[in-house]
Design a protein around this ligand. Structure first.
Ligand code: PLP
Length: 401
């Protein structure tokens, strides 16, 4: 079958809730993927930072296959011999006391919303059904009905009401607005250390520390969504670690937690937060399954063994500097941290999509975010030679299109 046949099939039977580039990938290895016609591409999206460890990392493939032949699912009705080690790995990596495993990122966000609300009612003594969670404009936390209730992206919300109440939106990177929004019913501040889908928006130095201090002062939980920024992507294990003294009460992880092998997400938090759940309060049939747990332990070990956060920091610096040197009148801003980089284009550029399509032709896969930003986020196992290969093509497209 040719690429166009695969595309036709997908368009005919699939709901049209995505607008992908028309590349049909059949195989991946490290930073490279191959389409059904044998053409090779450098993956500069990493499935939105889910394949930080690279496509089909041999250690992950082995763990996955070994575990798949042994035991895959027990449900939490019974215990399994892989879950405990997974929870321990995440707790040790995050410095948190308790972990609750889920599958998708959105489910982990839903989990934390339930946890902080119940914490509010049982610990902070907020009046029944009055709990408020503060979030930021331009946020992205997932696509469930509750989560889209507090998006500021019109399209994510329109046609999907009625919405879930209990959320207050403040501008990102605005401490004064945050302080003004806090009241006796505020249970948590939910925020991304860098807004990924929002266009790779990096807040001012000190923002998270000040936000955390405010939260402490007002008995509000600081919840960081590190689903995209965490696990090495930004050049630290977690993006919040760029600032000293930030002490989140809960962290939300997903995406690279399984290196793209399998949906695994979790909330890692202080005991006071996740301790509010009693048997029956929350759950998921697949959450904490032995296959996902085994893969996640290995995925985290790879991040540490291959020192991927450090690689992201070093190569990210080099890549960002080189991008800034490209003499293109279309470039308005280059920003990011580690290997999470956004190139914002000027209005004259005519949108980022056509650049992504041109780069696809050159053998480089990336995706626009917010119409005028090209996001570059290769797997963290990338080498300097590969970055140079990409830079040649990016430079060509940004100066010739
Ligand atoms: C991707 C993402 C989510 C949602 O994760 P899914 O696995 O797609 O549900 C939530 N928050 C952030 C910051 C993300 O990047």
């Amino acid at each position: 079958m040719a690429a166009k046949d695969f595309i036709e099939l997908e368009e005919k039977y699939g709901a049209h809730n995505y607008h992908p580039l028309d590349v049909v990938i059949e195989r991946g290895e490290g930073v490279w993927v191959y389409d059904v016609e044998g053409k090779k591409y450098l993956d500069f999206l990493s499935a939105y930072s889910a394949v930080n460890q690279g496509h089909c990392h041999p250690r992950l493939v082995k763990t996955m296959c070994d575990q798949a032949g042994k035991l895959t699912l027990t449900s939490r009705a019974f215990r399994n011999d892989k879950l405990g080690a997974f929870l321990q790995s995440v707790a040790e990596l995050t410095g948190m006391e308790m972990v609750l495993p889920m599958n998708s990122g959105a489910e982990a966000v839903e989990t934390v919303i339930k946890a902080v609300r119940k914490w509010g009612y049982t610990r902070k003594k907020v009046a029944d059904n009055k709990a408020e969670i503060i979030v930021c404009s331009n946020n992205f936390h997932g696509r469930t009905t509750t989560i889209i209730s507090f998006t500021t992206e019109k399209q994510y919300q329109e046609g999907f009401g009625p919405l879930t109440p209990g959320f207050k939106v403040v501008p990102y990177n605005d401490i004064t607005a945050l302080e003004a929004a806090i009241n006796e019913n505020t249970v948590a501040f939910l925020v991304e250390p860098i807004q990924g889908e929002g266009g790779i928006i990096v807040p001012d130095d000190g923002y998270l520390k000040k936000a955390g201090d405010l939260c402490k002062k007002h008995n509000v939980l600081l919840v960081l969504d590190e689903i995209q920024t965490g696990l090495g992507r930004t050049g630290r294990m977690f993006a919040y670690q760029y600032e000293d003294g930030v002490e989140p009460d809960a962290l939300i992880l997903g995406k690279a937690l399984s290196g793209g092998m399998y949906p695994v997400s979790c909330v890692a938090a202080r005991k006071e937060v996740l301790g509010v759940f009693n048997p029956g309060d929350h759950g998921s049939t697949f959450g904490g399954n032995p296959l996902g747990a085994a893969v996640a332990v290995e995925a985290l070990n790879i991040l540490k063994d291959e020192r991927l956060p450090l690689k992201a920091a070093e190569l990210g610096d080099y890549f960002m500097k080189s991008l800034r040197d490209i003499p293109s009148s279309y470039i308005k801003d280059v920003r990011g941290r580690g290997l999470l980089i956004g190139v914002e284009l000027t209005d004259e550029a005519g949108g980022a999509r056509r650049f992504c399509e041109a780069l696809e032709n050159e053998g480089l896969l990336c995706k626009e975010t917010h119409d005028n930003v090209i996001r570059f986020a290769p797997p963290l196992v990338i080498r300097k030679e590969d970055i140079d290969w990409a830079l040649e093509r990016i430079s060509k497209i940004l100066t010739s299109l």
